[in-house]
Design a protein around this ligand. Structure first.
Ligand code: ISE
Length: 337
């Protein structure tokens, strides 16, 4: 049984604590940590009472903790991840790996120096059934080569703390990670651009919304991504892959279609927690299974670093209005599959 310690007891921390304690096979939560003791206690109570820490280093050092899950806000990910690597303990971190490419690089260097694959980044879309079906269809070659991807990342609304940059670093970061993986092994981003169309009346003061991000891969696939986080009608993720010999659409969650009052209607999911609930389950089960085999699955620390570099280029493109290049310097042998 893998004994897990969770660092960060906010919303997603509590979700993962319950998930690991009650759904995932082969793992149990033995400790939780939050700088706010009340938050850690609340998380502990949710899962039947486990050790409570307010100091992440102490949780990581606890001999009863075999592996660490990091669910603090992204700008606090680096320290507990580095501590886990130093202790030789596997670590699953929520996305993003960290909020700056420089911090991600530090983690990559520390992992390489440790000689062990210890870090998995929680880009849960790689575990979504629909994305996996689309990936398999592309890989089958039956549709020819992908050429254009038309994607939407829409949310009902965002709070006042959400910024123009977060449309990239918090929201589009999912497409940044999942789309090269979806298109095919070895695919990488080449250049990115951001355009601001007519702005919605529903966004708070200072937030640019919607945004259209245009990204091109090294093999020439063009992605047109609409980020629209105050759409008002629900959480709406779409991805249409235009290939040489046909078109593939990402399946939407299946809701019944109803007919009433002269209308045909199908519900749209309310938020990301519900839309990707199954993906989170599959993702954490895979992490636990991989740890048992001494490996990692999903997105690696290198993938997290490349996502952060691409996000930096997109944020630069938001400001410059120009096409910006993504430069990674090539995958180190340690991360080559
Ligand atoms: C949130 O943090 C997520 O990760 C969601 O998947 C994304 O859709 C949302 O925009 C983010 O704020």
């Amino acid at each position: 049984m893998l004994r897990v310690g969770i660092v960060g007891c906010g919303m997603i921390g509590k979700e993962h604590a319950k998930r690991i304690q009650y759904k995932i096979q082969g793992a149990e939560v033995v400790a939780v940590c939050d700088v706010f003791e009340a938050g850690a206690k609340a998380a502990s109570d949710l899962i039947g009472g486990v050790k409570v820490y307010t100091d992440a280093d102490a949780l990581v050092a606890d001999p009863d903790v075999d592996a660490v899950v990091v669910t603090t806000p992204g700008n606090f990910h680096k320290a507990p991840i580095l501590a886990a690597i130093k202790a030789g303990k596997p670590v699953f971190t929520e996305k993003p790996l960290t909020t700056t490419a420089a911090d991600c690089k530090e983690i990559v260097d520390a992992e390489i120096a440790s000689g062990k694959h210890l870090v998995q980044v929680g880009f849960m879309r790689r575990y979504d059934r629909g994305y996996n079906q689309v990936r398999e269809m592309i890989q089958s070659g039956e549709f020819g080569k992908p050429m254009i991807l038309k994607c939407t990342h829409r949310a009902e609304s965002v709070d006042d703390k959400y910024t123009t940059e977060m449309a990239v670093t918090d929201t589009a970061i999912h497409e940044i990670d999942v789309l090269p993986w979806l298109i095919g092994d070895g695919e990488e981003w080449d250049e990115v651009q951001c355009i601001f169309p007519r702005q919605t009346k529903n966004a708070h003061e200072g937030l640019a919304d919607p945004q259209v991000m245009i990204m091109k891969t090294k093999s020439g696939v063009v992605v047109i991504l609409e980020v629209n986080v105050n759409c008002g009608f629900g959480y709406d993720i779409n991805c249409e892959v235009v290939c040489e010999d046909g078109v593939i659409n990402l399946p939407c969650p299946s809701f019944p279609t109803t007919r009433k009052n002269f209308e045909v209607a199908t519900a749209i999911e309310k938020n990301w927690i519900l839309r990707f609930i199954d993906s989170y389950d599959v993702e954490l089960q895979d992490w636990v299974d991989c740890v048992a085999k001494g490996t990692t699955g999903g997105s690696s620390a290198w993938d997290g670093y490349v996502a952060a570099l691409t996000a930096d280029a997109l944020v630069a493109a938001q400001k410059s209005g120009k096409i910006e290049k993504v430069v990674t310097g090539g995958t180190p042998d340690f991360y080559k599959k």
